[in-house]
Design a protein around this ligand. Structure first.
Ligand code: HEM
Length: 358
């Protein structure tokens, strides 16, 4: 695969094809002054330009023998692996720097069933690193963390494998840890019209964020062991789609259009489908995770849900309100981490991430 271009009208890592691996990191500013933060964003942008092109950071991993090398070195000899780095700014980023906060960037409401761990939620900034090679994604975040020393520190991070959504409907749809095809009815990354309508911030402002988007992250734990004792029929009823083909009930092929009336009234797909929610749509780009066991003999596994939208009020929030209330999936999942950030538009040659805000 060719490297994914870093520069452009929109940040890469959103509508671009979903890679196999994720390293997501949320940061808090340790020195919240505009001068320091702008200097860091310039440094990060320069490093991101190089790493996404498959190059080493700064002077590389093998510089002067008596100094620590600029690059940590574990990606030496590896290709760019379609690495994308996508940045987002949280409400607290604007507040702490005294910048005007966009109206849509406020705390997400509490949803029934939420059991959010503050140590896995929020953050002044976030960086989503996606690549086909986990070592490349981890290298990228590690080197950004290193450059952030003195200005920003990691608050929490999450590794992901096995994309659970695709933006390329012509390719095989991946499966989540419940064994179901996930991302069938997602916004395709090549559909500029749908992206403009539902994903990219438009003229509603602020101007510096036009072409950007809002990112919602939810760490969703799955009670895998309980799920695995559930009958196939019940599993399928919960989604309203078949497990093998992924076809909606009453249809034969995966991509046949959903006929809402033929799905169980409280099935996940029926509740989340735009036809039930006045046309609401989001771009899903999540990953599976397994962080070992939880000390009680159960897998600490689930879906690290990532969704991009033009405005959370007309994206994630109404969908999650509907799901949190009646989705039968709730018996098998729990939301344990959460965050909302605004991703600035893409970077032009010579520019830096979030430049328009300063
Ligand atoms: C559809 C799984 C959480 C929004 C689907 C589908 C599956 C699935 C298997 C059907 C295939 C597809 O169209 O992609 C899961 C699992 C979840 C989860 C296992 C949690 C662990 C969520 C959350 C949201 C969401 C939190 C948003 C708040 C959607 C939407 C669709 C969908 C919008 C497409 C519905 C349609 O247009 O037909 N999900 N999902 N899902 N899900 Fe989820």
């Amino acid at each position: 695969h060719a490297p994914i271009p870093f520069h452009g009208a929109h940040q890469a890592g959103i509508a671009t094809p979903v890679q196999d691996r994720l390293h997501f990191a949320a940061f808090d500013l340790t020195n919240p002054t505009r001068g320091r933060v702008v200097a860091l964003l310039r440094l990060w942008t320069a490093a991101a330009e190089r790493m996404t092109a498959g190059m080493q950071v700064g002077g590389g991993a093998l510089g002067a023998p008596l100094a620590p090398p600029d690059d940590t070195g574990e990606a030496l000899g590896l290709p760019a692996s379609r690495l994308t780095l996508t940045i987002g700014f949280g409400a607290s980023f604007f507040d702490r720097l005294g910048l005007e906060r966009p109206a849509a960037l406020k705390a997400l409401p509490h949803f029934p069933g939420d059991k959010l761990d503050p140590a896995r939620s929020d953050g002044d900034l976030c960086v989503q690193a996606c690549a086909d090679d986990p070592q490349v994604a981890v290298h990228a975040v590690r080197n950004l963390v290193r450059l952030g020393f003195g200005t920003a520190g990691v608050r929490w991070s999450q590794l992901g494998f096995g994309k659970t959504s695709s933006t390329t409907p012509e390719e095989q749809t991946p499966r989540n840890l419940m064994g179901f095809k996930d991302g069938t009815n997602n916004i395709p990354g090549a559909d500029a019209k749908l992206l403009d309508q539902h994903v990219w911030i438009g003229s509603e402002g602020p101007k510096a964020l036009a072409g950007g988007t809002y990112l919602v992250a939810r760490r969703i734990r799955m009670h895998i062991e309980t799920w695995d004792r559930t009958s196939l029929k019940e599993q399928e009823d919960i989604f309203g789609r078949t497990k093998g083909e992924g076809a909606a009930y009453g249809r034969t092929r995966e991509h046949d259009p959903v006929d809402l009336a033929r799905l169980p009234a409280d099935s996940h797909v029926r509740l989340a489908n735009p036809g039930s929610l006045g046309g609401v749509r989001i771009l899903r780009r999540g990953y599976s995770f397994t962080d070992g066991s939880d000390g009680l003999g159960r897998l600490d596994a689930g879906l690290f849900f990532l969704a991009y939208q033009r405005d959370p009020e007309t994206g994630f929030i109404p969908i999650q309100r509907a799901l949190a209330k009646t989705d039968p999936l709730n018996e098998y999942i729990q939301h344990v981490g959460s965050g909302l950030w605004v991703c600035p538009p893409g970077v032009a040659q010579g520019g830096f991430w979030g430049q328009g805000l300063f």
